[in-house]
Design a protein around this ligand. Sequence first.
Ligand SMILES: [Fe+2]
Length: 367
Amino acid sequence: MMTIDVETLRTWLEEGQPVAILDVRPTAERAEWAIPGSLHVDAYDALKAHDPAALAVVDVPSDQPVVTVCAAGKTSQIAAEQLAARGVPAISLVGGMKAWSLAWNTAEVPLEDRSARVIQVRRTGKGCLSYLIGAGEEAFVIDASLDPHVYLNMARSQGWQITSVFDTHIHADHLSRSRQLAERSGAMLFLPDQRRVSFPFTAMRDGDTLATEHLRLTALHTPGHTLESTCYLLNNALLFTGDTLFPTSIGRPDLHADEREARARSALLYHSLHKLLALPSETLVLPGHASQPVPFDGKPIGAQLSEIDEHVGLLHATRTVFVETLLQRLPPTPPNYERIVTLNEAGLVPDHDVTELEAGANRCAIS
Ligand SMILES: [Fe+2]
């Protein structure tokens, strides 16, 4: 049986190699998240039943590999066998969408000032965005959400040594890999000032600045999404906003909060957002999440403050309207978020079942 692993498939997609992806999951599962550009046929039940005609109507290219995908990599094998019997070069994705949760791609942020480079590292399925910022021989990482080796290899290939690692807040939708990355790279670990985590870190308070020869990173405390949420301003031009502000939406204030607390945090968020809007309008906002699976298109996800100001109407509401609207629009809480928060507060990444814990799409924003 021919199979392909996540790392190989993501490399093919990043390199633009010809490949067709056939998703055979039920339509409802695909609605939650999917591999960008994949074809779909709801053949799950028929394949499970070993109906030889399960994929009879599916039109797939015969001149390139076809990767079949299901939830966990079993049904996709049946699909690959059926296609292979028809002469289609089909291979099954090992571990299915569950394993795909760790797939990633990159996009470089174009900068006027060439002394620094910023690479957006995107966990495509979950939409988690992290950043590798390099200049001279050193690099910073913000919101690491992938295994440390991903950032270490990338930095090494650019001739950078990772010296400082930052998180914008205590995450609730994915396990932070920042502590592990700091340990593996020997970097300093910087977190927003708070008493939630139980491991050592260097606190970033409002206005604190870390400066090297080419990089100047300043913390802006922006409570709301969480109380410790902090944005980082790089070289007075780029603003890493975590889950506080997105190109077309704003952060949710309710996780880990009852209604009174969510109301209080919404009011804090209002003030935090207006603090950000006071920065120069050409500041480029680089968020901590995408709301959709991130395509392998090399295009960074971000927007200038002026564009966000124009498109996110809630930013122009009065505080009262802002708070009431936010409370009405709260999306469902992400799966397993309490367990994820507990692990992030302990600084732990379990050896197994990580993708089980982190399953599903991101739900940190309100649009
Ligand atoms: Fe978050």
